[in-house]
Design a protein around this ligand. Structure first.
Ligand code: NAD
Length: 525
C-alpha cells in the first residue's frame, strides 16, 4: 500500500533500534487498527522498515469514540497540569534527539540536518505552548452591554476530538506540533499521518505517552488515503489539515457540509527576491539553503527567484557556486546537506516539471536530472533559467530540489511578479534597505522573511503562520494556533436593570432614556 516499489536492499544505515531507539515493530504496535499491514520502506535505499496495521473507516470511528470518552477527564485536568505533560514532552524530544532523527531519516530519506529541524521545532513549539496555554485559556472579563450592570466573561472550551491529518514531508513535527496546542486546549486528538511515514508520528505519540498523556487522549490511525482521511473528517469535531491545496479543497468542502471548523495549511510557490542593494554572497548562501532544504520538499521553500538585473550575474554565479558545493548523500550522518526525495511519484513529478520546462525553452544551469547512483529517488539540486510562463514549473508547486531564476528590472516588477500567483504561503526578500520590512509587507504571503529564506518567520512561534489565497485557511502558531481549537463562549450576568421599560414606564420615555445612555456609551467604546 505504499507508492514505493523498489526492491529492498541491504542497508548501510544503523538500525533505528540501535542506541536505545525503539524498534519500528514496537512503534507499529501503537497504531490503532487491525486491518491489512502497510509495508513501509526507506526511500534512500528501498530497505523495508516495518509494517503497520491499517485502520478501516469503522475502526477510525471507534478510535474517535474512544478519544471522545478519554477527552472528558482530560478537559477537567487543570490547564497547568496539561502544560506539565507537554513541557515534559518538549524535554524528552531533546533527550531522545538521536533516536528521533534515526526514525525520521530512515522513513523520509532526508538529510540529518533537515531531520534536526523537525526535532527542534517540535520541542520549541511544545515548550512555547506549555508556557502560554494556561494564560490564553484563562476566562477573561469583557466589557458588558452596560457597565457594572452586565458582567461578561469570555470562556474557552475544547472542541472535543481534533482530527490531525499530516503529510509526509515533516512527519514528526507536524503531527506533534499541531496536536500539542489542541491537547493543551483540552481536546483529544486522532492523528492520521501520511501512509508513507507513519513511524515518525507513532514515535511522537509514544513520547507524548511517556510524558504522561493518558491513554486514549491521543491516537494514531494509519490507513489508505482515500479511506482513512475522509473517515476522520467525517467523525472528528475539528480538522487540522496539512497537505496539498487539491486535497485541502476536498477537506474544506466536507467540513463545510458538516459545519465543523477546520484549519488548512496548504501548498506554496514561494518567491525569493534579490534586490539591487542585497548582500549578494549572503543572499546566494541563504537562497541555496532555503531552496534545497529537505530536497525542496518544504511547503515554505522558495521555488521562484526574482533577481534585479543589476546583481543578476553576480548572484547567479555565487548561487551556482553554493549549489555546486552542496553535499547530496544518503545514509545516517551529519555530512549531507540534501537527501532523497520521498517516492517514485515525487521523483516523476519533479522530473516531469523539469523536462516540460526544458522542452519549452528553459536552460539548465545546474543539475537537471536524477542521481540513481545515490539511491532510487535522489534528484540533483537543479537551477533553471529562461523558464517560460507556460511551463508548469513557473506556476505550480514542484516540491522538489528545483528553482528557476527570473531577472527583473525594478523593485516594483519583482513585487508584482512575486504576487502574481494563486498561492501565497511564504516569501523571502533580500535587501540592505532599512525599509525591508515595509517592502516585505507588500508581498501577498502569510509569512515574509527579510534576509532569510523561511526559518525566521516559522521560528517566530508567538506570531501566526499560514497561507494567503489557495495556500491555506486558518493559522498555526501564536494565540490563533491554540484558540482555533476552542469554542468561545460568552457568559453574561445581568444585574438590576433589565433590557425593557421599568414597571409603569411609558415606552417612549424608555426609548429616550436608552438613546441617552447609548449616546454616553458611544463616547467611550
Ligand atoms: P496530500 O494532500 O496528498 O496528503 C496530505 C494528507 O492528506 C495525507 O495524510 C493524505 O493521506 C491525506 N488525504 C489524502 N486525501 C484525503 C482526503 N480526501 N481527505 C482527508 N485526507 C486526505 O499532500 P502531500 O502531497 O502528501 O504533501 C505535500 C503537500 O503538503 C505540499 O503541497 C506541501 O506544500 C503541503 N504542506 C504544507 C504545509 C504548510 O504548513 N502549509 C506543510 C507541509 C506540507
Amino acid at each position: 500500500m505504499t507508492s514505493r516499489t523498489t526492491t529492498p536492499a541491504p542497508s548501510a544505515h544503523p538500525s533505528p533500534s540501535a542506541g536505545g531507539a525503539p524498534a519500528f515493530a514496537g512503534l507499529a504496535a501503537l497504531a490503532t487498527g487491525t486491518g491489512p499491514a502497510l509495508q513501509v520502506t526507506a526511500p534512500a535505499d528501498g530497505r523495508p522498515l516495518g509494517a503497520v496495521r491499517q485502520a478501516s473507516g469503522a475502526e477510525i470511528d471507534v478510535a474517535v469514540a474512544r478519544a471522545r470518552a478519554a477527552q472528558k477527564a482530560w478537559a477537567r485536568t487543570p490547564a497547568k497540569a496539561r502544560a506539565a505533560v507537554v513541557r515534559r514532552f518538549a524535554s524528552l524530544v531533546l533527550d531522545r534527539r538521536d533516536e528521533i532523527l534515526d526514525v525520521i531519516e530512515a522513513e523520509t530519506g532526508k538529510a540529518r540536518l533537515a531531520a534536526l529541524e523537525e526535532a527542534m521545532d517540535a520541542s520549541r513549539t511544545a515548550a512555547y505552548y506549555a508556557h502560554t496555554a494556561p494564560g490564553l485559556l484563562r476566562p477573561r472579563r469583557r466589557g458588558g452591554a452596560f457597565p457594572v450592570l452586565t458582567q461578561t466573561t469570555e470562556r474557552r472550551h475544547p472542541k472535543g476530538v481534533v482530527g490531525v491529518i499530516t503529510p509526509w514531508n515533516y512527519p514528526f513535527t507536524l503531527p506533534a506540533s499541531d496536536s500539542v496546542p489542541a491537547l493543551l486546549a483540552g481536546n483529544a486528538v486522532v492523528i492520521k499521518p501520511d501512509e508513507k511515514t507513519p513511524f515518525s508520528a507513532l514515535l511522537a505519540l509514544s513520547l507524548l505517552r511517556e510524558a504522561g498523556l493518558p491513554e486514549g487522549v491521543a491516537q494514531v490511525v494509519v490507513g489508505a488515503r482515500d479511506e482513512a482521511g475522509p473517515a476522520l473528517v467525517e467523525a472528528a469535531d475539528y480538522i487540522m489539515f496539512t497537505g496539498s491545496s487539491a486535497t485541502g479543497r476536498k477537506v474544506a468542502a466536507r467540513c463545510g457540509e458538516r459545519l465543523i471548523g477546520f484549519s488548512a495549511e496548504l501548498g506554496g510557490k514561494n518567491p525569493l527576491i534579490v534586490l539591487a542593494d542585497a548582500d549578494v554572497p549572503a543572499a546566494a548562501a541563504g537562497a541555496a539553503r532555503a531552496c534545497f532544504a529537505n530536497a525542496g520538499q518544504l511547503c515554505i521553500g522558495p521555488e521562484r527567484i526574482y533577481v534585479h538585473e543589476a546583481v543578476r550575474a553576480r548572484f547567479t554565479e555565487a548561487f551556482l557556486g553554493e549549489v555546486g558545493r552542496m553535499r547530496v548523500a544518503g545514509g545516517a550522518g551529519w555530512d549531507a546537506e540534501m537527501g532523497s526525495l520521498i517516492s517514485d511519484a515525487q521523483l516523476a513529478k519533479v522530473r516531469a516539471h523539469v523536462e516540460d520546462a526544458v522542452a519549452q525553452g528553459a536552460r539548465i544551469l545546474a543539475g537537471g536530472g536524477p542521481r540513481p547512483e545515490l539511491g532510487p529517488y535522489f534528484f540533483a539540486p537543479t537551477v533553471l533559467a529562461d523558464v517560460p510562463e507556460t511551463a508548469a514549473l513557473c506556476r505550480e508547486e514542484t516540491f522538489g530540489p528545483v528553482v528557476a531564476i527570473y531577472p527583473v528590472a525594478s523593485e516594483e516588477e519583482a513585487i508584482a511578479r512575486a504576487n502574481n500567483s494563486e498561492l501565497g504561503l511564504n516569501a523571502s526578500l533580500w535587501t540592505r534597505a532599512a525599509r525591508g520590512a515595509e517592502l516585505g509587507a507588500r508581498l501577498e504571503a502569510g509569512t515574509v522573511n527579510v534576509n532569510e529564506g523561511y526559518a525566521a518567520s516559522w521560528g517566530s512561534l508567538s506570531a501566526p503562520m499560514g497561507g494567503w489565497k489557495a495556500s491555506g485557511v486558518g493559522r498555526r502558531h501564536g494565540a490563533e494556533g491554540l484558540l482555533k481549537y476552542t469554542e468561545a463562549q460568552t457568559v453574561s450576568v445581568q444585574r438590576l436593570l433589565r433590557f425593557a421599560p421599568l414597571p409603569g414606564m411609558a415606552n417612549e420615555r424608555y426609548a429616550d432614556l436608552l438613546t441617552g445612555a447609548v449616546r454616553v456609551l458611544n463616547r467611550f467604546r
